[in-house]
Design a binder for this molecule. Structure first.
Ligand SMILES: [Zn+2]
Length: 377
């Protein structure tokens, strides 16, 4: 005799509460998994390609409908689930965001990071990994900028997957982040083609720029925007073979910028003006490394370091504050492999970290930073 398959109705209590609060019957969204006997009510709004309609919430019992009665936050309501003929054998009511906040207590500000908006430049493996960690940390809003589409080699180390092949990276990644509770949108654009005014308009309201693009030109453009708009920024890049990476933290008005730390890559020195810098950024582009192979384990490490610095900037008095207090704006990290070739000159052991000070004898043409003169006795 074949056992009857049990059915479980999984309910995100906050989504159902929100759907019910209008007082009228409202559709609810999630995923029906009839083969598993699981019906998930996850959201009060559709997420195209992810959540589709699984039923309706009714504020009162309706005769003739097969309804599941639920009490959520002292409110009695009725759920009609498409595809469940009789009542489910079991109803699993999941608590809402409060229980997630409990897990973050002491690690983020008391009122969370939900009010912050991060503008993430580069939806590649490094940016995707860092974006995911910020989403899991509770950052409320993430805007993803990328110009490319998701391609097969990205599968080796990206948080997106086969379902995303051929999609615009910004859109696919924003969707992934939104599944972690973030308000996220993707903007498919090449920032080097935007005017300053266009970029500044996009950045209005941003709390942090996290730039993870492999294009030096694009990274320098974001650096100029960070200084111009007085928005803090974290720049992250991976080394060849993704064996490690570098992080530069920029806080306009206090300390060096990306040009101070890595302007040597543009081949220009001293007091060059904006137009000359723009040309130099393009020249730097020609020396850029082609997309390097690398393992997810290595790139995820750099993503985690970048995310830690981003969290430190958003929560400067929090548990990661010392990352910003040590006076080192330029951090180089090596991953778990043995440093070799030119990296063996820099790093001694796997997981070695180098915190470097940025020294500028002359004021930086972008941010005006100049190293404090040494105190001599
Ligand atoms: Zn500078």
């Amino acid at each position: 005799m074949k056992a009857e398959k049990r059915t479980t109705l999984v309910v995100n209590s906050e989504a159902v509460s929100r759907a019910a609060c209008s007082g009228a019957s409202r559709p609810i969204f999630g995923i029906a998994r009839p083969a598993e006997g699981v019906f998930q009510i996850l959201s009060d709004r559709a997420e195209p390609g992810v959540f589709s309609r699984v039923g309706r919430v009714h504020p009162a019992r309706r005769p003739g409908l097969s309804l599941v009665a639920l009490t959520i936050a002292d409110q009695k309501l009725f759920v009609e689930v498409d595809g469940i003929v009789s009542a489910p054998d079991e109803v699993l009511i999941l608590s809402g965001s409060e229980s997630i906040s409990d897990r973050r207590r002491g690690l983020v500000p008391e009122d969370g990071l939900g009010r912050f908006r991060v503008d993430l430049f580069g939806g590649g493996s490094l940016g995707g990994g860092a974006g995911l960690l910020l989403a899991q940390g509770g950052v409320g809003h993430i805007r993803v900028y990328d110009k490319d589409r998701f391609d097969t080699p990205n599968l080796t180390r990206h948080i997106c997957d086969m379902k995303d092949l051929g999609r615009e990276k910004s859109v696919a990644l924003a969707e992934k982040l939104s599944l972690h509770g973030v308000d996220s949108i993707g903007v498919t654009t090449d920032v080097t083609t935007l005017s300053d005014q266009q970029l500044d308009l996009l950045l209005k309201g941003s709390d942090l720029l996290l730039a993870t693009m492999d294009s030096p030109h694009a990274q320098f453009v974001v650096n100029e925007a960070a200084i111009r708009n007085k928005i803090p920024a974290v720049f992250a890049g991976a080394f060849e073979l993704a064996c490690g990476g570098e992080i530069v933290v920029v806080r306009a008005g206090s300390g060096p910028c990306l040009f101070c730390a890595a302007g040597f890559r543009t081949g220009v020195l001293g007091g060059v003006q904006l137009a000359e810098r723009r040309q130099a950024y393009q020249d730097a582009e020609q020396n850029k490394l082609e997309a390097e192979p690398g393992l997810g384990a290595d790139i995820a490490y750099v993503s985690a370091v970048a995310a830690a610095y981003a969290l430190a900037v958003l929560d400067p008095n929090g548990s990661r504050s010392t990352l910003l207090r040590n006076g080192h704006a330029f951090t180089l990290v090596h991953g778990g492999s043995q440093p070799r070739d030119s990296y063996a000159d820099l790093f001694r052991v796997p997981f070695d970290v180098i915190n470097a000070r940025v020294v500028r004898d002359e004021p930086c043409p972008v941010c005006g930073y100049q190293s404090p003169s040494e105190v001599t006795s």
